[in-house]
Design a protein around this ligand. Structure first.
Ligand code: BES
Ligand code: MN
Ligand code: ZN
Length: 492
């Protein structure tokens, strides 16, 4: 899909469909008025007849062809209620309507969808993200696509001259982010017999071949043994597919600029191990590598954009399986940091693979480290599917991530990391246990991680509730690539 910015009037580009907004009580926004003029008052007549009122969520398609093209009118609701949330909804209605049409090209009156308090760049970002999201299909494993494929291919974003520069910049950024989101979705959706630690390593190597600014390093099980990464190895022990620690170094900044380091949980399938999970919906545990998938997505977006900072993406990957060789509840392992862990539940494996990776990344002398993980079911209990949980040892970093989430709609919410919670991790036999009991499960998981991140600025993003959708709409969401990319853009 191709997005571009145009400053011509809405009726000029030769496209199959033109989209504009109608505010409540039949008030055409600027784009709709321009269209009306080009269509000899047809829209005014339809408004008068009450065919479209402009209510939020409503839409009307006026057929047309050739130079005239169709017009798609989107209800914006009352002007006074047109805030960021309302604009997002209108943009989603627009995106859904566009991709279900046979139209191959479209032009959109961007300013019609601009809510109060947001600039044109925000609208461009929202439009590109929503249309790309609506047009996403994962068909790699379908012999013949059942659903009608999306025809939409070229989208022009129509803006005023004065907004053109900002819109173009936003369009470039948003397109790169959409590429990253799609990468994260593809990796997440790939079945666990095809997506496993070594295949993720291959993806990193391929990306490093594709982008000059990227270097990939892969540590295999022998390297991990030599290193002393006992926690990653313990999680991978029950699997035929050995674990990997993957580093992707993106160099967009100066050689000596301290990098932002992203660490993604890459459990390519989580059975729970010997602490086996119940069978219902276990297939969804293929998504337990969505933290890793988001790291791939962000790195790809950085490469596409040529973001002028240094970013390291680290993926800590294993398959958590029950087996004669698998780790048992009660086993004690020595992590890369030297601290010992009594593994009381083999299903709390994410924090184990993260612990070693978080120690390993000290070598980068990072400006900040952000780990991203589908870490706890408790996170879904706390926040549902609306937001990620954010915790960490630095208020500035946590706040920056929260505001990046607000700006993109890929939201997070902060939970406390009070020292008192640490007590829940006490073990009689090792430096710590890997579980902290039922209360505050998301927080005690982060407490565990905090013991491996004391030497740098760190935030943890638990994406258990937002990384994928269940049920009829089952599929990876690509979150939190938009939040992380907004954060990085704000740093650059
Ligand atoms: N990958 C799961 C967390 C998860 C569960 C994410 C359901 C999304 C949906 C993680 O490895 C896990 O199993 N966590 C346990 C921890 C517990 C044993 C302390 C959990 O949340 O139940
Ligand atoms: Mn688990
Ligand atoms: Zn897991």
């Amino acid at each position: 899909m191709q997005f571009s910015v145009t400053t011509s009037t809405l009726d000029k580009p030769r496209v199959s469909i033109r989209a504009a907004g109608i505010a409540h009580k039949r008030k055409p926004a600027a784009g709709a008025s321009a269209l009306d003029a080009a269509r000899d008052g047809e829209i005014a007549a339809l408004l008068k007849a009450g065919e479209i009122d402009g209510e939020a969520g409503s839409r009307l398609l006026l057929p047309g062809s050739g130079a005239k093209g169709s017009a798609l009118l989107i209800g914006l609701g009352a002007k006074k209620d047109f805030d960021t949330r309302a604009a997002r909804k209108a943009v989603q209605t627009l995106a859904a309507a566009l991709v279900e049409r046979p139209a191959t090209s479209a032009v959109i009156a961007v300013a019609d969808f601009q809510p109060r308090g947001q600039d044109i760049a925000w609208v461009v970002h929202s439009l590109v993200a929503a249309i790309s999201d609506a047009a996403y299909r994962f068909t790699a494993f379908k012999g013949k696509e059942e659903t009608t494929p999306v025809k939409l291919d070229k989208i022009q974003l129509c803006v005023e001259h004065g907004d053109a520069a900002a819109a173009k910049k936003a369009c470039t950024e948003a397109t790169a982010i959409a590429t990253g989101v799609n990468r994260a979705k593809d990796l997440g959706n790939t079945p666990p017999n095809v997506c496993y630690p070594e295949s993720l390593a291959d993806t990193a190597r391929e990306m490093a071949k594709q982008y000059k600014s990227l270097k990939a390093t892969v540590l295999d099980e022998k390297d991990l043994e030599k290193l002393g990464a006992g926690a990653i190895l313990a999680v991978g022990k029950g699997s035929e597919r050995p674990p990997r620690l993957i580093a992707m170094e993106y160099s967009g900044g100066k050689k000596d600029d301290a990098p932002v380091v992203l660490v993604g949980k890459g459990i390519t399938f989580d059975t729970g191990g010997i602490s086996l999970k119940p069978g219902a919906e276990m297939d969804e545990m293929k998504y337990d590598m969505c933290g890793a998938a988001s790291v791939f997505g962000v790195i790809e977006a950085c490469c596409e954009l040529g973001l002028p900072i240094n970013v390291v993406g680290v993926v800590t990957s294993a398959e958590n399986m029950p087996d004669g060789r698998a780790t048992r509840p009660g086993d004690i392992v020595t992590t890369l940091s030297g601290q010992t862990v009594e593994i009381l539940n083999t299903d709390a494996e994410g924090r184990l693979v993260l612990a070693d990776a978080l120690t390993w990344v000290e070598r980068y002398k990072p400006k900040a480290v952000i780990d991203i993980a589908t870490l706890t079911g408790a996170c879904i209990i706390a926040l549902g599917h609306q937001g990620a949980a954010i915790l960490g040892n630095n208020e500035r970093l946590a706040k920056d991530l929260l505001s990046a989430g607000e700006a993109t709609g890929d939201r997070g919410w902060q939970l406390p990391l009070w020292p008192e919670y640490q007590e829940q991790l006490k073990s009689n036999f090792a430096d710590m246990a890997n579980i902290g009991g039922r209360p505050a499960g998301t927080i005690t998981a982060a407490c565990f991680l905090s013991r491996y991140t004391e030497d740098y600025t760190w935030a943890h993003v638990d994406i258990a509730g937002v990384a994928w959708k269940s049920g009829k709409e089952k599929g990876a969401t690509g979150r939190p690539v938009p939040m992380l990319m907004r954060y990085l853009l704000d740093q650059a």
